[in-house]
Design a protein around this ligand. Structure first.
Ligand SMILES: Nc1nc2c(ncn2[C@@H]2O[C@H](COP(=O)(O)OP(=O)(O)O)[C@@H](O)[C@H]2O)c(=O)[nH]1
Ligand SMILES: [Mg+2]
Length: 441
């Protein structure tokens, strides 16, 4: 008890200091009331968005809330949500789930910048203005063009969180603290704001577990350290696998619920899977190329990818038949007819964020004549995605759904090779293993 109190004050002191220094950042002025946004009627959302403006506070009971700031790509956002759901369960708080961002989303930011970044990205007034603006030089409007803002309940069956794990949640749309205060009818000091000064500022272990010693994280907390009395405990980023550890079975159950499942995406992917020969009839590889470290290291990773493909299809000792011309008009049909030539002609699906895969990953396609990627098929195959596409309030989202078509095709393969260091690759691997029943999430 005593040590827990001590730890509590140890957490509180630096947090309070950082909260104090950052208070000035939170003092956002924003005209109220906000415009009303159209809400998609097909949603499974269990408790609706926090309304932008309420006549009276949402709760007159003892409900306490947990919030956090999302960032980065899908897999990162998903890991954050998994961690946040875990914390909500053990702290007995209603989870305020942020929007799901697809496309170009800001990465983690220091110096408390994420607070303002998220408020800006989700600002309903600016988003509405930009949706009708003709000013193509407006920097904020250009930023909005680079991502879509959806709801997690659109991508996953969130009510299962309540049914299976007892988690209460509300989906948030405006991430500003002023909107949060207005929605809950609370004062600023009822929000306990935690501002991490480092992406791996802390990790946490659940009840009955010893504190972590993981050197990646700067501070190590127990669940009790997070039992603050405030109405809202608002965390900063909660990124990282292994950051919040409680019970492995519980974590698997959360992860299983938080899998991207969209019927239009699945139906679209299935057409490709059938053409590739059917479920478990081909090999897949994920090659992440698009940004940051992945772009810089691509040249050295391509030979590794080729080597792994050779090993997995098992063609190493086969003589190479060089003089055959593949029919590029119907590559897969040609490959199926020439399968007797050897395993080098195995069908391989390459999932990638490369802009021009046949050029950017030329070495892979030169080595494996029967390797194909989404861009090898007619664009008309993607028509169905348009049906899933009017979910963002202001724009169509087909281009960002391609990621999940790629993931779905890759996970239906017999063998799957991930891209080292990519959390999205890890996500595909997890759903692939789960489908094959070899291990859990
Ligand atoms: N179209 C497409 N996009 C991809 C693919 N792999 C990754 N991406 C994009 O890159 C992002 C990956 O970011 P994130 O989920 O944070 O994983 P990480 O950066 O690879 O660790 C995804 O959200 C996509 O936008 C792919 O195979 N196809
Ligand atoms: Mg990323």
């Amino acid at each position: 008890m005593k040590s827990s109190c001590m730890r509590y004050s140890l957490v509180l002191l630096p947090l309070t200091l950082s909260a104090l220094t950052l208070t000035v950042l939170f003092a956002r002025t924003r005209p109220l009331p906000y415009p009303t946004m159209p809400i998609d009627s097909s949603s499974h959302v269990q408790i609706d968005f926090i309304p932008d403006k309420l006549d009276k506070p949402v709760d007159d009971d003892n409900t306490k809330y947990l919030a956090y700031l999302p960032h980065s790509g899908f897999a990162n956002q998903r890991t954050e949500l998994v961690n946040a759901v875990t914390l909500a369960i053990h702290l007995n708080r209603t989870l305020l789930i942020p929007p799901l961002f697809l496309g170009h989303v800001e990465g983690w930011q220091g110096e408390g910048k994420l607070w303002d970044t998220l408020a800006d990205l989700t600002d309903p007034v600016r988003r509405l203005e930009c949706s009708t603006s003709q000013d193509h030089d407006d920097e904020m409007c250009q930023r909005y063009d680079r991502f879509a803002m959806l709801r997690w309940s659109w991508a996953c069956d969130l009510p299962l969180l309540t049914e299976k794990l007892g988690v209460q949640y509300i989906e948030r749309r405006d991430m500003s603290l002023t909107a949060l205060q207005a929605s809950l009818g609370i004062k600023e000091d009822e929000i306990y704001k935690m501002t991490d000064l480092h992406p791996y500022a802390w990790d946490l272990r659940g009840q009955n577990l010893p504190l972590s010693h993981n050197p990646r994280y700067l501070a190590h907390y127990s669940m009790d350290d997070f039992r603050v009395p405030h109405k809202v405990l608002h965390l900063y980023g909660v990124f990282g696998e292994g950051r919040v550890t409680t019970d492995a079975t519980e974590r698997d159950a959360i992860k299983e619920i938080l899998v991207f499942r969209n019927t239009d995406v699945q139906k679209t992917a299935f057409k490709y899977v059938e053409t590739l020969g059917g479920v478990d009839q081909y090999v897949s590889i994920h090659i992440r190329t698009g940004d940051g470290v992945f772009r810089r290291t691509l040249a050295s990773r391509i030979p590794m990818a080729i080597e792994r493909l050779h090993r997995i299809i098992g063609d190493q000792r086969e003589p190479v038949t060089n003089d055959l011309q593949v029919d590029t008009n119907d590559r897969l049909q040609w490959c199926k007819e020439h399968a007797y030539l050897g395993r080098k002609y195995s069908i391989i699906f390459v999932a990638t964020d490369a802009r021009d895969p046949r050029q950017d990953l030329a070495a892979v396609f030169n080595e494996f004549p029967c390797a194909v990627t989404l861009s090898d098929f007619s664009k008309s195959w993607l028509e169905q995605l348009k049906q899933a596409s009017s979910i963002d309030e202001y724009k169509s989202i087909d281009r960002w759904l391609l990621t999940f078509v790629d993931a779905e095709i890759a996970q239906q393969a017999r063998r799957y090779i991930p891209s080292p260091g990519s959390t999205f690759s890890g996500y595909i691997g997890a759903i692939h293993r789960q489908r094959q029943g070899t291990s859990y999430m």
